[in-house]
Write a protein that binds this ligand. Structure first.
Ligand code: EPZ
Length: 471
């Protein structure tokens, strides 16, 4: 099978026998609550090659989209992380049959009998909200707990709800739940909707909903993220008619039925970006694959601006070198970033870049424009000796010649990407760094300890008496 090919399987292949079987997901560490930590001895020098896993955010959207499809869908290259497990269990709680094995996930949602996703399930993963579109579109109604905010911002879902109303849904908020059903009692109806902000989630919800609406839908000012393109590709291979994915306008001709298809999840651009920054912050040279260079082009530009040497070894392999070439002092220079929707600089790499900038020469301005509260990692980086001045959603990061000097200490991961930035800082810091609340990190990075160990990092995962003694 070509690296990223899609094959249509006949609509009625076979029915799976069990509700939810995971033969490979169960290996994810269960008891990460409070007593597991990462211990890193630095400074590290990395070398070698790593394999990038399938995209977490594409997987979450595609798993939700299997609810639109009759028959079975088979997803390949699904990462073994707790967010995926949580999403699979949401589908099971609705009555879908899910089986995962060897990085594959087979989903059959013909048996869905429940249209309510309860708060408990939703608490595990915000992405669970994405099921609202497919449930209303295919089953006519949905009751989904409001996801609420998280450590990186308020994260409202108003665009999802207003968009569904524009497609003929009646949407009410009752007791902290979103209750939606088709106004005509038959199905959603094609319409026009302009998103006030190119939200990834709202674009994905409305794309799934409109794929099964009666008539044509025009969505404008939509998100252009690669995960949106991956979702459109999967839906089109399942019989939908979506044009314009990757641009700011989508034209969707609704179909009464979609059929299960087979799809290979694209590599995770944020995981790839995190490892590219790992090479830079440790002044090392590593290669990685598979990577789709166009999906990390913004980062490639920024790291090159700093002085890294980035080369494309082959179509899907990148090499990143930050090894000082000329003389020991020849080092990475500071640079500024402002996060924005794709193809702008990804907000999911902002914390990792902040860690890197503390080791560069000069000072840098980091501006966060996507989320309203994504600076909490700065406080933890300061515990490691970073000099950072936060002012609302921007921060001045002072480099190693301006007072930052990373030294190992105890820190807390407060969210997924913030946690990743602490691993990177720990790799560059002198001494031992202990990262607590690693369940945040294990939500989105598959086998991160093993991958870093294979690159020569001195990192281990160990358990400790509960955290409360720390804060
Ligand atoms: C997706 O979140 C990703 N999550 C996030 O990755 C990523 O940071 C984000 O897109 C931006 O790229 C998944 O795909 C599961 P948004 P999503 O809707 O869809 C506002 C990670 O680390 N907004 O594009 O929730 C919102 O408040 C995660 O992997 C509204 O105002 O992001 C935010 O400020 C973190 N109303 C902005 O849009 C809405 O109805 C961007 O949010 C929806 C969003």
């Amino acid at each position: 099978m070509a690296l990223f090919s899609n094959i249509i399987i006949s609509p009625k292949p076979f029915v799976l026998s069990c509700s939810y079987q995971n033969t490979h997901l169960s290996k994810t560490p269960q008891n990460t609550k409070q007593d597991a930590i990462f211990k890193i001895k630095g400074p590290a020098t990395l070398s070698g090659h790593i394999t990038i896993s399938g995209s977490k955010n594409s997987s979450l959207a595609l798993i939700a989209a299997t609810l639109c499809c009759s028959g079975s869908s088979l997803l390949h290259n699904v990462p073994n992380i707790s967010d995926i497990q949580a999403m699979a269990s949401i589908l099971c709680s609705l009555g879908a049959k899910v089986e995962s094995f060897d990085g594959k996930m087979m989903v059959n949602s013909d048996g869905v009998g429940k249209i309510e996703v309860d708060l408990e399930e939703m608490r595990k993963i915000r992405g669970g909200f994405f099921v609202i579109g497919p449930l209303v579109a295919r089953f006519g109604e949905a009751v989904v707990a409001l996801p609420g905010g998280c450590n990186i911002g308020k994260r409202p879902v108003d665009l999802h709800l207003r968009g569904l109303r524009a497609l003929g849904a009646v949407v009410e908020l009752r007791d902290g739940k979103v209750c939606a059903h088709t106004a005509n009692g038959k199905g959603l109806v094609g319409g026009r909707f302009r998103l006030d902000y190119p939200s990834v989630g709202a674009t994905e919800t409305l794309m799934m909903a409109a794929s099964m609406a009666d008539g044509i839908t025009l969505l404008s000012n939509v998100a252009k993220e690669p995960e949106v393109v991956d979702l459109a590709r999967f839906l089109n291979d399942s019989g939908a008619s979506i044009e314009g994915a990757g641009s700011d306008t989508l034209v969707i001709r609704g179909k009464s039925q979609l059929y299960g298809s087979e799809c290979v999840i694209r590599p995770d651009r944020i995981e790839a970006g995190t490892f590219m920054i790992a090479a830079a912050i440790t002044r090392s040279c590593i290669s990685m694959s598979p990577v789709i260079p166009s999906r990390v082009s913004c980062l490639i530009d920024k790291l090159s601006e700093a002085g890294c040497k980035i080369s494309q070894v082959d179509q899907h392999t990148l090499r990143v070198s930050a090894v000082p070439e000329l003389y020991p002092g020849d080092d990475l220079k500071s640079f500024g970033i402002k996060t924005s929707p794709f193809p702008g600089f990804p907000t999911d790499l902002q914390p990792q870049i902040m860690a890197l900038l503390t080791t560069c020469t000069g000072s840098s301005l980091v501006e966060e424009s996507v989320f309203d509260n994504r600076m909490s990692h700065a406080r933890e980086l300061q515990k490691l000796g970073a000099r950072i001045q936060v002012n609302g959603n921007s921060a001045i990061v002072f480099g190693k010649d301006k007072g930052s000097s990373l030294c190992g200490s105890r820190v807390i991961a407060r969210d997924l990407r913030g946690g990743a930035s602490l691993i990177l800082a720990g790799l560059a810091a002198k001494g031992t760094t202990e990262i607590h609340k690693i369940e945040h990190i294990e939500r989105g990075y598959e086998n991160i300890v093993t991958k870093l160990q294979n690159l020569g990092a001195d990192i281990e995962r160990s358990t400790l008496p509960s955290l409360s003694s720390l804060v």
